[in-house]
Design a binder for this molecule. Structure first.
Ligand SMILES: [Zn+2]
Length: 396
């Protein structure tokens, strides 16, 4: 076992390196020093040019054999914004809270995991840190490039824990086991502009767009699954370029979003909308942007160790949820089962972002219990996590 590492001191050092997305350099130096002292082999690579780069990524590996347990996270943060009571990049502890940009999302979790690793006797398997400098941006040079790096070297984790802040009211109440997918679409119906008093010289696109909207509104995509609600299409805007009361507009547009479960794929939903739009209004055009596909980690050993560790430390049986915005789990799921678990997330991205010092210490103890079960000296009997229906309707 290595010398103990104080997660609060390490989180403070990380926060004190401003690392607005995309990040590289100093903040990675701090993490490298900590992991170097724990015997990790550290690989760092910087990719890209502004605006999506330069982005730094770090893969730190220790041990050999099986299993390979990966911890994933990001060292970039969102911009501080105005109105902080203290310097957002000079962390302070006030009333038991560690305050600073990244205290919650998610430098404290990285520090908590490093401290957990320092407190465990690794007797088998591989531990790795998969840390990116671009999770908050478009991830162009972020986690997908870490996956390329691993694939090129045929390094394949067996399970990955992401330290994003997933708890809601209390540390340990929520674990994320998947996310819904999201696709935005824009429908444009062409027409011919003209005077309302001379409709025979114009071609009004509005009734045709209305037929498309009515048809799509009736669309039944699926019934959902045990862990996901039904996929849902919502219109978010309808418009014409002309708003005068005596003009037939030359085109009409509508905008929609679909949040979808793992019975659907983004491209298939785009095709469905295109078919209905061109059937109701030949000549209609559909543009689409798929933000992310749905994913789900099936029940298995990763669930069990995370849920058992939380229960042993906090007494809580966490909800296994698919709610909320997306995470780099959408990429990492290509490699192996992925679960997100971290701090209560009430202040992520906010002015005055903070985390309770006690929560950070307890999170580190939960991570230590996870490590003891996976790579520690005495594998204990694994309990069974029961899959409960998650509340999957909130989120960005
Ligand atoms: Zn985050």
């Amino acid at each position: 076992m290595a010398d103990p590492i104080d997660p609060i001191a390490l989180a403070t050092q990380l926060i004190n390196c401003p690392s607005i997305t995309p990040a590289s350099g100093e903040v990675f130096d701090v993490l490298e020093r900590a992991l170097d002292s724990l015997g990790f082999t550290i690989h760092r690579f910087v990719l890209g040019e502004p605006p999506d780069g330069p982005t730094e990524n770090m893969v730190a590996i220790r041990g050999q054999g099986a299993p390979h347990f990966g911890f994933a996270g990001h060292l970039d943060v969102v911009p501080a914004g105005e109105g902080w009571a203290s310097n957002p990049f000079d962390a302070v502890v006030e009333d038991g809270l560690l305050v600073g940009r990244g205290a919650n999302d998610m430098k404290s979790a990285i520090a908590a995991f490093v401290a957990a690793v320092a407190s465990v006797d690794q007797t088998k398997g591989i531990l790795s840190f998969l840390i990116t400098g671009d999770e908050e941006g478009y991830a162009t040079f972020g986690t997908p490039r870490i996956i390329d790096w691993l694939n090129e070297r045929q390094i394949k984790p067996d399970m990955i824990l992401i330290g994003e802040p997933t708890s809601v009211d209390r540390l340990g109440d929520t674990v994320k086991i998947g996310r819904r997918g999201s696709v935005n679409m824009w429908i444009e119906v062409p027409g011919t502009q003209g005077h309302v008093a001379y409709p025979h010289r114009a071609d009004n696109p509005v009734p045709r767009l209305a037929r498309i909207i009515a048809a799509l509104d009736k669309l039944h995509l699926d019934d959902g699954t045990e862990v996901f609600p039904p996929s849902n299409l919502e219109f978010t805007g309808v418009d014409t370029p002309t708003h005068a009361s005596n003009v037939i507009p030359g085109c009409a547009t509508a905008q929609l979003n679909i949040r979808f479960n793992d019975l659907q794929k983004g491209a298939g939903l785009v095709r469905t909308v295109e078919e209905i739009a061109t059937r109701e209004a030949p000549g209609a055009k559909v543009r689409a942007r798929i933000s992310g596909e749905a994913f789900l980690t099936p029940p298995g050993p990763l669930y069990d160790v995370v849920v058992d560790a939380i229960r042993e430390e906090t007494g809580l049986a966490p909800e296994l949820s698919t709610s909320g915005g997306t995470s780099d789990g959408r990429f990492l799921i290509q490699l192996c089962p992925v679960v997100d678990f971290g701090l209560p997330n009430a202040t992520m991205h906010k002015i005055g972002e903070h985390a309770a010092v006690e929560d950070i210490r307890a999170l580190s103890r939960i991570y230590r219990r996870v490590l003891e079960k996976v790579v520690g000296p005495a594998p204990r009997e694994m309990g069974r996590a029961s899959l409960r229906y998650p509340g999957a309707n909130s989120g960005s």
